[in-house]
Design a protein around this ligand. Structure first.
Ligand code: SAH
Length: 396
């Protein structure tokens, strides 16, 4: 196995079991390495530290498979890691009547670059790193050993793969997809998922717990669900007894699916509306028309995708929250989310505070929300906590 030597003093984070090494910490790569192959990472004093996948083109040069340098990174290794991920999910109290869940959460499960989402008995796999791509056959074999899947489908059609010199890829790897739409259940809510054309692996199952929370607080309310995608929060609100729900998204196919999802849950057509519009403009338009809502969900796409975009993205979060506060009266509820991993919870709460201040109201954060427990976070990789949510009540 080829060795990679770090610069003096750069072994600290690996000793704390953080699984990433940036290219700037690498002093020398021994031999000629292939994209994604396993190398032994050594300190400047030739002390073995970890076995990692190398990605020579990426700033994120090394991702650790194991801190045990005697471990073979072979079929048995992937069998063990995926089985451990699967078994952990059996202990996490994922709500009953839930058939959409994350089986493998990349670094959170000790498998950097490997994400697996389950929809009923269909597994959707996403490989985002050179190492995961290099080990693809072994990983798929391990997945097949867990149980009989109706289908294994690949959705590695994500932009980050370009930084690893990998082309986008998607397609059926095993089994057969259903002829019609796939219907899943999430804490009792019925929803259609399109694993071939949908966003991510087809659905945002990371918001399951927050949707259930919205369901609990929706009785009798007028609900505005912005950035609705296929209407998951909206269906939750309607099932929770909302008087009326408006879903807003820029994606026509997502809204067409939302329409189907409301019908699937037997929600009468006069109780909801699906509107194709820009979320930010829609908020302004509602304010201009003096419209009011009792509960607003703001779940925008990742608005901060790099440090360069930090202030622009934070301004957009604040703008949306400010407009939303204007559409609520005292007692109105705002469920506001950020899936930008680079925005820490404290900053997000500060943005909410600034928005309330500019709206001229007092507001209370009554619950902290976030990704479900199946989106596992390793203690040595807190960066995995990408999804933050705040449930806020307008006071006056
Ligand atoms: N709340 C959803 C997930 C939202 S993902 C759920 O529970 O499933 C973010 C959504 O925002 C995507 O559906 C995307 O199409 C939509 N979107 C992106 N930019 C938008 C904009 N400017 N206005 C409205 N929707 C937008």
């Amino acid at each position: 196995m080829n060795k990679v030597f770090l610069k003096p003093g750069r072994e600290k984070s690996l000793k704390q079991r953080h699984p990433w090494v940036y290219s700037g910490a690498v002093a020398r790569v021994e031999g000629k390495v292939e994209n994604g192959e396993t190398v032994q990472v050594c300190s400047s004093k030739n002390e073995p530290l970890a076995l990692a996948a190398i990605s020579p083109a990426s700033q994120l040069a090394l991702r650790v498979w194991s801190f045990d340098c005697d471990q073979a990174i072979d079929q048995a290794f992937f069998d063990d890691r995926l089985a451990a991920a699967y078994n952990l999910r059996q202990t996490l109290n994922i709500p009953q009547h839930t058939t959409a869940w994350r089986l493998c959460s990349s670094e959170g499960d000790g498998l950097p670059g490997v994400t697996v989402d389950i929809y009923n008995d269909h597994a959707v796999i996403q490989l985002t790193s050179a190492g995961a791509e290099f080990q693809k056959n072994l990983i798929i074999n391990s997945l097949k050993k867990l149980r009989d899947w109706a289908a294994i489908y690949e959705r590695s059609d994500v932009a980050v793969r370009k930084y690893e010199n990998l082309p986008p890829r998607s397609g059926l790897l095993a089994g057969k997809l259903p002829d019609g739409l796939l219907e899943i259940s999430e804490d009792g809510r019925k929803l259609y998922v399109d694993i071939v054309n949908g966003h991510k692996s087809g659905f945002y199952c990371d918001q399951r717990e927050s949707r259930s929370m919205v369901q609990k607080f929706s009785a009798g309310k007028k609900v505005l669900n912005l950035f609705s995608y296929t209407g998951g929060f909206g269906v939750a609100a309607a099932l929770g007894g909302a008087e009326h729900v408006i879903n807003v998204d820029t994606s026509a196919p997502a809204l067409a699916m939302a329409e189907k999802n409301f019908a699937l849950n037997n929600i009468a057509p006069e109780r909801f509306e699906n509107i194709e519009a820009d979320g930010f403009s829609f908020l302004r338009k509602c304010r201009g028309e003096h419209r009011k809502f009792d509960l607003i969900v703001l779940d925008p796409p990742k608005l901060v995708d790099s440090m360069r975009n930090m202030s622009k993205g934070c301004r957009a979060y604040k703008d949306a929250m400010l407009q939303a506060f204007h559409l609520l009266d005292a007692g109105g509820m705002l469920f506001t989310f950020s899936c930008s991993g680079l925005v820490p919870r404290e900053l997000f709460a500060k943005i909410a505070a600034d928005a309330a201040c500019d709206a001229g109201c007092d507001a209370r954060i009554v619950a902290d929300l976030g990704q479900g427990a199946d989106h596992v976070i390793s203690t040595s990789f807190p960066e995995a906590r990408y999804l933050k949510g705040l449930m806020i009540v307008r006071c006056n």
